[in-house]
Design a protein. Structure first.
Length: 100
């Protein structure tokens, strides 16, 4: 079986598996779902820290998705996005979705 990785997440495993143990040589062409639909919850009310405090818990090479506006700046941790995939937020008064 082969695992397909998209965007750093194991989203599903798809495979053609030969049943060598049974000696039948049958192929399994079924789609194998690792996680059910909507199993990964979005972050709907993100909480932010000042950059100086956030930097103490981050490595120097940690990736973030940055968003810079005329009044606000945000950094969304890709480490957190690996576990949640989507952040629903409001930036400068407008609803946004940050996806990974």
């Amino acid at each position: 079986m082969r695992t397909v990785v998209l965007g750093g997440l194991v989203t599903l495993a798809v495979g053609v598996a030969t049943l060598a143990a049974s000696g039948q040589g049958r192929q399994d062409n079924e789609l194998h779902v690792v996680l059910p639909r909507d199993a990964i919850p979005a972050i709907s009310k993100p909480e932010f820290e000042p950059a100086a405090r956030a930097e103490r818990g981050m490595s120097d090479d940690e990736l973030v998705i940055g968003l810079v506006g005329s009044r606000e700046q945000r950094a969304y941790s890709t480490w957190q996005l690996d576990r949640h995939e989507i952040v629903n937020d409001t930036f400068e008064g407008r609803p946004i979705a940050v996806t990974w």
